[in-house]
Design a protein around this ligand. Structure first.
Ligand SMILES: O=c1ccn([C@@H]2O[C@H](COP(=O)(O)O)[C@@H](O)[C@H]2O)c(=O)[nH]1
Length: 359
C-alpha cells in the first residue's frame, strides 16, 4: 500500500477545509457563460472555453472544498481537445490543493480495465520512464463485470495512493430496475455494497477508511442507512443534489456517526468559547480585551478583500455560490457529496435553501 493513502489524504482535505462538498465540473457547452464562447468556432475553441470555466470554478472553491469531480463525458464531447482540457483541469485542481475524482464510470474486462487504470490513476511505462497520464486522485467505476474487472483499478489505487468510487445505488430514476432487484441475499446494490466492504477491508488508511469508496445517490435517502451499515469504513460519494431532486436535508443520513460526533464536538467547543467570551464581556479567546479600532480596521480589510474577490468572480456568480456553500456548511464527517458547478443546479440548490451537508 502506498504511504500516501487516498482516504487519509481525503480526511486531511476535509479537515483543512471543514467541508464535505465535492464540486462537480460538468462543462456542458450550452450552460457555459456566453462571454466565454465569444469567437468560439471549433472543438478546440469549445474545449478551451470549458477548461477556462473549470479553472475559474477551481480557483473559486480551492481552500473551501476538499475535492472536485470532473465529468469526463463533457470533456470527451470536445474530442481530442477535450481530453487535453480534462488533463489541464485536473492538473490545475491538484495544484490548487483539491483532490480530483474523475467521473468516467469505467467497467470492462481485465486487460481493458488495466488500460483505463493507467489513464486515470496510473503511469504508462515507456522504456525506462513511467509517465502519469490523467493523474486523477480517484475514479468512478461500474461493478457489473464482476470483482475481477475491478482488480486493475485496485492495483493502481494501491500502488499510487489513489481511490475508487464504485457505483452502488445510482441517483437516476431507473436505477432500481437493475440495482434494486431482489436476490436471496438482499437487493443487488446491497450485494455490491458487501463486495466494496470486503475489498476495502485490507485497504484502510490510518483514518480507518478504505480507498474503495461507493456512489450512493442523494435521491434515495431511504437506502442511506442500510448502505452506511453495510459499508462502515467506506467513503460515500453522494450525487444528485438539486437538479436531480436530492434534498440537502437528507444528506446527514449518509454521514457516519464518527463524522457526526466530530461535528458535534466542534460545535460544542465553539459554543463554550462564545459563552465564555460573552460572560467576561470580552470577545477574544485569549481573554484580552479587543481593541475596537483594530477590530474596525480588520473589518475594513475583510470587506475590501471580499469586494476584490467578488469583482474577480462576477462573470461566474455561481462559483461564489459554490464557495459560499462549502464555507457555510462546514462538517467533518467522512462522507462526500457532490454539487455541480452548473447554473441550473446552483439555482435549484438555492431554491432548496443551501448546501448538502448539515450533520
Ligand atoms: O449516481 C450517479 C453517479 C454520478 N452522477 C454524476 O454526477 C453529476 C450530477 O450532476 P447534476 O447536475 O447534479 O445532476 C453528473 O456528472 C453525473 O454524471 C450522478 O448524477 N449520479
Amino acid at each position: 500500500m502506498a504511504a500516501d493513502h487516498f482516504a487519509d489524504r481525503l480526511v486531511a482535505r476535509i479537515e483543512a477545509t471543514r467541508s464535505l462538498l465535492v464540486v462537480g465540473l460538468d462543462p456542458e457547452l450550452r450552460q457555459l457563460p456566453p462571454e466565454l464562447l465569444d469567437g468560439v468556432e471549433d472543438l478546440a475553441g469549445a474545449a478551451a472555453a470549458a477548461a477556462r470555466f473549470c479553472r475559474a470554478v477551481i480557483d473559486g472553491v480551492a481552500g473551501v472544498a476538499p475535492a472536485v469531480k470532473p465529468q469526463s463525458a463533457f470533456f470527451e464531447a470536445f474530442g481530442a481537445a477535450g481530453l487535453h482540457a480534462l488533463e489541464e483541469v485536473t492538473a490545475h485542481a491538484r495544484a490548487a490543493g483539491l483532490l480530483v475524482v474523475e467521473d468516467s464510470k469505467r467497467g470492462d474486462i481485465g486487460s481493458t480495465m488495466a488500460a483505463y487504470a493507467t489513464a486515470a490513476l496510473g503511469r504508462l511505462q515507456i522504456g525506462e520512464r513511467e509517465l502519469p497520464v490523467h493523474d486523477s486522485d480517484a475514479v468512478t467505476l461500474s461493478p457489473y463485470l464482476g470483482p475481477e474487472s475491478l482488480q486493475p483499478m485496485l492495483d493502481a489505487a494501491d500502488a499510487y495512493g489513489k481511490g475508487l468510487f464504485v457505483l452502488v445505488r445510482t441517483s437516476n430514476p431507473g436505477s432500481a430496475r437493475v440495482q434494486g432487484l431482489e436476490t436471496p441475499d438482499g437487493r443487488v446494490f446491497e450485494q455490491v455494497a458487501k463486495l466494496i466492504d470486503e475489498l476495502g477491508a485490507e485497504r484502510r488508511g490510518a483514518c480507518g477508511y478504505s480507498n474503495v469508496g461507493a456512489v450512493a445517490g442523494l435521491t434515495y435517502p431511504d437506502d442511506a442507512r442500510v448502505l452506511r451499515a453495510l459499508m462502515p469504513h467506506t467513503f460515500l460519494l453522494v450525487p444528485g443534489l438539486g437538479a436531480q431532486g436530492g434534498a440537502p436535508d437528507d444528506f446527514p443520513l449518509f454521514v457516519n456517526d464518527d463524522g457526526a460526533r466530530r461535528r458535534r464536538r466542534r460545535l460544542a467547543r465553539g459554543r463554550r468559547r462564545l459563552e465564555n467570551a460573552r460572560g467576561r464581556g470580552r470577545c477574544r479567546s485569549d481573554g484580552r480585551r479587543a481593541d475596537p479600532r483594530r477590530r474596525a480596521r480588520r473589518r475594513e480589510r475583510a470587506d475590501r478583500r471580499a469586494a476584490r474577490a467578488a469583482r474577480a468572480r462576477r462573470p461566474l456568480a455561481l462559483v461564489a455560490r459554490a464557495a459560499a456553500l462549502a464555507r457555510t456548511r462546514r462538517c467533518g464527517a467522512p462522507v462526500a457529496a457532490t454539487a455541480p458547478a452548473r447554473a441550473s443546479a446552483a439555482r435549484s440548490s438555492r431554491r432548496a435553501g443551501g448546501g448538502p451537508s448539515r450533520s
